[in-house]
Design a protein around this ligand. Sequence first.
Ligand code: CO
Length: 134
Amino acid sequence: MIGRLNHVAIVVPDLSAAAALYRDMLGATVSAAQNLPDHGVTTIFVELPNTKIELLHPLGDDSAIQGFLDKNPSGGVHHLCYEVTNIITARDQLVSGGARILGSGEPRTGAHGKPVLFLHPKDFCGTLIELEEA
Ligand code: CO
């Protein structure tokens, strides 16, 4: 069902410092910051030859990732994003297998303008998984 690893997301306490680290020290191509108010995050994407790194920082007062940053003040790996060809088919198959979808269970528009869903980390080896239709 799952295809390519679309990105690995890292929550960071200082977005511009993290972008500079990847751009200047690691020599990667780094996007401009993008605010996603619906998701309560600001994102920067680091382009790698085989995948992307999503740098995440809380946006707004009730961001879902604020608690993560409170527990991990220097930042940390937050989720993995796998591509699927049809997100509804993937969701229905996962739910019938007993997996839990976070939130309403309906796909939302993610950082790339494509539908995304998040799967409960307790069902997947303690790892938050994002599925993106690609
Ligand atoms: Co993501």
